[in-house]
Design a protein around this ligand. Structure first.
Ligand code: PAF
Length: 280
């Protein structure tokens, strides 16, 4: 497995790979877990070679303390990627990604500012900007993103469509712990008490799903989520949004077809998100 820290080196590595067939890309901020490895597996199943990136992107963190404490487990990450057969890893320094005088940003002006974007101002601008840079640097045929970050996936799909970026985007289902908690690099920062409380997110999503499947309205389902989270004293609900998964318009009334339920809650210092898409 090649480890590249410069744009020049990763481009040369991908140029070699492209002679053998297509290249799949998995972008990460490291602290890899089974959720990331599911992305690598989906990419490996479809492409001759897989490139992974590890870059803790400063522009998507609103809170400097969050950036500072973001888990970094580089040695273990590289071992996992190597064992999974990844051909090359791009792990640049900040100055390589954001050269001196850098002033260009990428933003989905509507999608970045609704739902989770309201509670994390600037977050999706940072994501769209760094993902565009990574797409331009690596030049892969397709990229794989987790469905857990439901709005992120929607932002990236919209950006690729609007900018005519020559890359296919694939969503990969959320990987969960035995108790249902969605895998996330942030889970390791939970205290044991907060970790024990965190599956309330899945309980709340299940309560909303059951109500919607029994013909109740979106408003009733959203109330059930709020009531379920309120039963857990260690969880502070941040946002609940129920949307049309294609347009991302807020859903209302009795849904018919697919809807996406997005949920975020604070457990101590750690913000966790979860989602469920259901078809009625
Ligand atoms: O999902 C993530 O890990 C990050 O938001 C991404 C897509 C790698 C951009 O920094």
């Amino acid at each position: 497995m090649k480890i590249c820290t410069t744009i020049k080196d990763i481009r040369a590595a991908v140029a070699e790979m492209s002679k053998q067939g297509t290249v799949g890309l998995v972008t990460t901020m490291g602290a890899l877990h089974a959720g990331h490895m599911a992305l690598v597996k989906a990419a490996s199943n479809a492409h001759s070679n897989v490139v992974a990136t590890i870059f803790v992107n400063p522009t998507q963190f609103g809170n400097p303390a969050d950036l500072e404490t973001y888990p970094r487990t580089e040695t273990q990450d590289l071992a996992m990627l190597k064992a999974a057969g990844v051909a090359a890893v791009f792990m640049p320094q900040v100055a390589e990604m954001y050269p001196d005088g850098d002033e260009t940003i990428v933003e989905t002006t509507g999608l970045a500012h609704v739902f989770h974007g309201l509670v994390r101002p600037g977050h999706y601008r940072g994501v769209a900007t760094v993902v565009t840079k990574l797409f331009n640097i690596v030049g892969a045929n397709a990229a794989y993103f987790g469905e857990k970050d439901y709005q992120q996936l929607a932002v990236i799909r919209r950006m690729v469509r609007d900018l005519h970026a020559p890359i296919e985007i694939h969503g990969v289902p959320t990987v969960r712990e035995a108790d249902g908690l969605a895998m996330s690099s942030r889970n390791v920062r939970l205290t044991p008490d907060h970790r024990a409380a965190a599956p309330i997110l899945v309980t709340a999503l299940a309560a909303a799903e059951a109500l919607l499947r029994s013909g109740e309205t979106i408003e009733t389902a959203a109330d059930a989520i709020r009531a379920t989270i309120a039963t857990e004293p260690l969880a502070d609900l941040v946002a609940v949004d129920i949307v049309d998964p294609t347009t991302f318009a807020p859903a209302t009334g009795t849904p018919n077809g697919s809807i996406g339920i997005m949920l975020s809650a604070q457990f101590g210092d750690v913000l966790l998100i979860d989602q469920k898409e259901i078809t009625l």
